[in-house]
Design a protein around this ligand. Structure first.
Ligand SMILES: Cc1ncc(COP(=O)(O)O)c(C=O)c1O
Length: 381
């Protein structure tokens, strides 16, 4: 199988000796990202406190992320993690008083636990959290979620690609179902951004968040939060900080106002060095284009599923490459220990619960995916 992005492999030095297939956890370090860190450190070393440049980097990272999801930079906030993003949103929801008619939050058992925890933490504030029982390997997730949305639903929280088995949810379908009931859709795109197409307008997304560490080719410590403008204008977060103000540099202790749009969800000083990384890494993805990446990754999924079947491995992911993200999850005994043995065999893969996740990105080849599955079969025999 031809590798359409082979010219980019030299940007990822680890690939010279190790097949990194762990983008569901941490993608490979690229030379542009390393350069961005070096540049940041250099500015710190030379200029001491280069605030103007560092804040510019935050703006550029927002712009790259906005481009990736079909939004504009003004509709994107910069926070520390996806959990923080969800907490900020939750803090702006009201489940009692006049808004009491809408107490329901719909999410699923295959959403990342941290998100479920944020929603469950709203129970003392009268939220009624409904966990849809999701099935590993299923391809009808969107319909199950849509069926749970009713006229009492305030928010639907959907993971576009599941951290465990890679199954994808048709967020346009869940978004339409949410709007039909007057509910808000929150999309956790941490396992999809950079690998699966996102167009917030076309897919009826109200709110979306993703961190930089996985398919965005960056590091932890930064997450982006898109909020549809008209919605953001109506939301008053109670988790806040000086960067959520109209003018963060007004230094008025008694003046609590809220910036226009998503910026009201900013809190403290933004993660500037992480923003430098994210700017460089997302720019690389925008240069290549997510549609071409998604298409190639679906081909790698087909290769992975076929090879896993041939080797008799137990696949937990959906059987249809179009119903999953890049991650192919294989059920194994003692996944955590196997992750270490796979590294010794030359493959960086990622253990979660009872599975090993093989999660390639555009820089990986079909041979690397096949090689990892063969090593896995060898080590579990
Ligand atoms: C789908 C998904 N959402 C959220 C998270 C957690 O994100 P954060 O640590 O930025 O809160 C993860 C981490 O693996 C994830 O896979």
């Amino acid at each position: 199988m031809k590798h359409p992005f082979s010219s980019y492999r030299k940007l990822f030095p680890i690939l010279e000796h190790t097949a990194q297939l762990s983008s569901c956890s941490q993608s490979a370090l690229s030379l542009p990202v390393r350069q961005a860190v070096d540049d940041y450190l250099e500015s710190w070393l030379r200029r001491g406190a280069d605030w103007g440049y560092w804040m510019e980097l935050v703006g550029l990272a927002r712009a790259e992320f906005a481009k990736l999801i079909g939004a504009v930079a003004d509709d994107v906030a910069v926070v520390g993690s996806v959990s923080d993003a969800a907490s900020g949103i939750a803090s702006a929801l009201r489940f009692d008083g006049d808004a009491g008619a809408r107490r329901r939050i719909v999410t699923t058992t295959l959403d990342f636990p941290s998100l479920c925890h944020v929603w469950l933490a709203q129970r003392p504030r009268s939220a009624d959290v409904h966990l849809v029982q999701a099935q590993p390997g299923a391809s009808d997730g969107a319909a199950r979620i849509a069926a749970a949305i009713d006229a009492q639903t305030a928010l639907v929280s959907v993971s576009q690609a599941c951290y465990y088995d890679g199954q994808t949810i048709d967020i346009a379908a869940t978004g339409r179902a949410a709007r039909a009931q007057g509910a808000i859709q929150f999309v956790d795109a941490y396992q999809s951004a950079g690998a699966v197409g996102i167009d917030v307008r076309a897919q009826a997304v109200d709110i979306l968040s993703a961190g930089a560490q996985k398919y965005l080719l960056g590091i932890p410590g930064i997450a982006f939060l898109y909020v549809r403008r008209e919605l953001a204008q109506q939301m008053i977060p109670t988790v806040t900080g000086w960067f959520g103000r109209v003018n963060p540099f007004a230094f008025d202790p008694a003046g609590l106002d809220f910036a226009d749009g998503a910026a009201r969800f900013n809190t403290g000083t933004p993660p500037m060095m992480c923003a430098a990384v994210a700017r460089a890494s997302i720019a690389l993805l925008n240069e290549i284009g997510v549609p071409a990446i998604e298409d190639y990754l679906q081909q790698l999924s087909a290769v992975a599923l076929e090879e896993a079947d041939r080797l008799g491995l137990e696949v937990v992911s959906p059987r249809d490459p179009r119903a999953k993200g890049p991650n192919t999850a294989i059920r194994v005994p003692d996944a955590a220990q196997l992750e270490g043995r796979m590294f010794d065999a030359g493959y960086v893969v990622s253990a979660r619960n009872d599975v090993i996740r093989i999660a390639p990105h555009f820089y990986n080849t079909a041979d690397e995916v096949v090689g990892a599955l063969r090593a896995l079969a060898r080590l579990t025999q």
